[in-house]
Design a protein around this ligand. Structure first.
Ligand code: FES
Length: 137
Protein backbone atom coordinates (compact mmCIF):
# COMPACT_ATOMS: atom_id res chain seq x y z
CA UNK A 1 0.00 0.00 0.00
CA UNK A 2 1.28 3.51 -0.82
CA UNK A 3 2.52 5.69 2.04
CA UNK A 4 1.79 9.44 2.20
CA UNK A 5 4.13 11.45 4.40
CA UNK A 6 2.90 14.91 5.42
CA UNK A 7 6.23 16.58 6.08
CA UNK A 8 5.17 19.63 8.17
CA UNK A 9 2.70 17.66 10.28
CA UNK A 10 5.11 14.71 10.70
CA UNK A 11 2.30 12.26 9.88
CA UNK A 12 2.66 9.13 7.76
CA UNK A 13 -0.36 7.17 6.57
CA UNK A 14 -0.88 4.09 4.44
CA UNK A 15 -3.58 4.46 1.80
CA UNK A 16 -5.18 2.22 -0.80
CA UNK A 17 -3.70 2.46 -4.29
CA UNK A 18 -5.56 5.19 -6.23
CA UNK A 19 -6.68 7.02 -3.07
CA UNK A 20 -7.64 10.69 -3.27
CA UNK A 21 -4.99 12.83 -1.54
CA UNK A 22 -7.43 15.40 -0.05
CA UNK A 23 -9.78 12.76 1.36
CA UNK A 24 -6.92 10.82 2.94
CA UNK A 25 -5.46 14.02 4.44
CA UNK A 26 -8.81 14.91 6.01
CA UNK A 27 -9.14 11.38 7.44
CA UNK A 28 -5.68 11.78 8.98
CA UNK A 29 -6.55 15.17 10.49
CA UNK A 30 -4.33 17.17 8.12
CA UNK A 31 -5.68 20.51 6.91
CA UNK A 32 -4.68 20.96 3.26
CA UNK A 33 -6.68 24.22 3.01
CA UNK A 34 -4.01 26.58 4.29
CA UNK A 35 -5.11 29.96 2.90
CA UNK A 36 -2.58 32.51 1.63
CA UNK A 37 0.69 32.05 3.49
CA UNK A 38 -1.29 30.64 6.41
CA UNK A 39 -3.73 33.58 6.55
CA UNK A 40 -7.29 32.27 6.28
CA UNK A 41 -6.41 28.62 6.93
CA UNK A 42 -9.21 28.22 9.48
CA UNK A 43 -11.72 29.85 7.15
CA UNK A 44 -10.59 27.88 4.10
CA UNK A 45 -10.94 24.65 6.07
CA UNK A 46 -14.70 25.28 6.01
CA UNK A 47 -15.16 27.51 2.95
CA UNK A 48 -13.79 25.61 -0.02
CA UNK A 49 -15.23 23.81 -3.03
CA UNK A 50 -15.10 20.42 -1.21
CA UNK A 51 -13.10 18.63 -3.85
CA UNK A 52 -14.41 19.96 -7.15
CA UNK A 53 -11.14 21.58 -8.22
CA UNK A 54 -12.60 25.08 -8.31
CA UNK A 55 -11.30 27.01 -5.29
CA UNK A 56 -7.58 26.22 -5.38
CA UNK A 57 -7.30 26.24 -1.59
CA UNK A 58 -6.11 22.63 -1.40
CA UNK A 59 -2.87 23.23 -3.26
CA UNK A 60 0.08 21.24 -1.93
CA UNK A 61 3.62 20.48 -3.02
CA UNK A 62 4.52 16.89 -3.83
CA UNK A 63 8.14 17.08 -2.72
CA UNK A 64 8.90 13.40 -3.45
CA UNK A 65 7.18 10.83 -5.63
CA UNK A 66 5.34 13.01 -8.17
CA UNK A 67 5.70 10.06 -10.56
CA UNK A 68 3.51 8.06 -8.16
CA UNK A 69 0.53 10.37 -8.63
CA UNK A 70 -2.13 10.67 -11.32
CA UNK A 71 -1.29 13.04 -14.19
CA UNK A 72 -2.60 16.60 -13.93
CA UNK A 73 -6.05 16.83 -15.48
CA UNK A 74 -7.79 19.64 -17.36
CA UNK A 75 -9.51 21.11 -14.29
CA UNK A 76 -6.21 21.32 -12.44
CA UNK A 77 -4.37 22.83 -15.41
CA UNK A 78 -7.08 25.49 -15.81
CA UNK A 79 -7.06 26.23 -12.09
CA UNK A 80 -3.30 26.81 -12.01
CA UNK A 81 -2.75 28.51 -15.35
CA UNK A 82 -5.80 30.77 -15.82
CA UNK A 83 -7.48 33.24 -13.47
CA UNK A 84 -10.96 31.71 -13.60
CA UNK A 85 -14.10 32.68 -11.67
CA UNK A 86 -14.41 30.83 -8.40
CA UNK A 87 -17.38 30.13 -6.15
CA UNK A 88 -15.27 31.08 -3.10
CA UNK A 89 -14.66 34.63 -4.35
CA UNK A 90 -18.18 35.51 -5.55
CA UNK A 91 -18.27 37.64 -8.64
CA UNK A 92 -14.52 37.94 -8.89
CA UNK A 93 -11.43 36.36 -10.28
CA UNK A 94 -9.13 34.48 -7.99
CA UNK A 95 -5.57 34.79 -9.28
CA UNK A 96 -3.96 33.54 -6.05
CA UNK A 97 -3.66 29.88 -7.13
CA UNK A 98 -2.00 31.07 -10.36
CA UNK A 99 0.51 33.17 -8.42
CA UNK A 100 1.14 30.22 -6.13
CA UNK A 101 1.90 28.00 -9.13
CA UNK A 102 4.71 30.23 -10.42
CA UNK A 103 8.01 28.64 -9.49
CA UNK A 104 6.35 25.37 -8.39
CA UNK A 105 5.31 24.05 -11.80
CA UNK A 106 6.99 20.66 -11.23
CA UNK A 107 5.67 20.01 -7.72
CA UNK A 108 2.35 21.80 -7.13
CA UNK A 109 -0.94 19.90 -7.23
CA UNK A 110 -4.50 20.28 -6.08
CA UNK A 111 -4.90 17.63 -3.38
CA UNK A 112 -8.53 17.07 -4.36
CA UNK A 113 -7.57 16.19 -7.93
CA UNK A 114 -4.58 13.98 -7.09
CA UNK A 115 -4.72 10.21 -6.86
CA UNK A 116 -1.92 8.36 -5.10
CA UNK A 117 -0.42 5.21 -6.64
CA UNK A 118 2.87 4.97 -4.71
CA UNK A 119 4.85 6.56 -1.89
CA UNK A 120 4.85 10.37 -1.82
CA UNK A 121 5.89 13.23 0.44
CA UNK A 122 3.57 16.22 0.73
CA UNK A 123 4.14 19.77 1.94
CA UNK A 124 0.86 21.47 2.85
CA UNK A 125 0.35 25.23 2.59
CA UNK A 126 3.14 26.13 0.17
CA UNK A 127 4.03 29.83 0.55
CA UNK A 128 3.13 32.38 -2.10
CA UNK A 129 5.85 34.90 -2.93
CA UNK A 130 3.52 37.91 -3.30
CA UNK A 131 6.40 40.39 -3.38
CA UNK A 132 9.05 38.48 -5.33
CA UNK A 133 11.98 40.53 -6.59
CA UNK A 134 10.94 40.01 -10.22
CA UNK A 135 7.22 40.60 -9.65
CA UNK A 136 7.06 43.90 -11.55
CA UNK A 137 9.74 43.23 -14.15
S1 FES B 1 -10.98 21.60 -2.62
FE1 FES B 1 -11.28 23.26 -3.97
S2 FES B 1 -9.75 23.00 -5.44
FE2 FES B 1 -9.46 21.32 -4.13
Amino acid sequence: MPVIKFVKEKIEIEVPRGANLRREAIKAGVNVHQGVNGFGAGLNKVINCHGFGQCGTCRVLITKGMENTSPMGTIEKLRFRCPVPTPVTPGGLDPIPCLAYVGHEETMRLACQTKVFGDIEVETGPPIDLFGENFFS
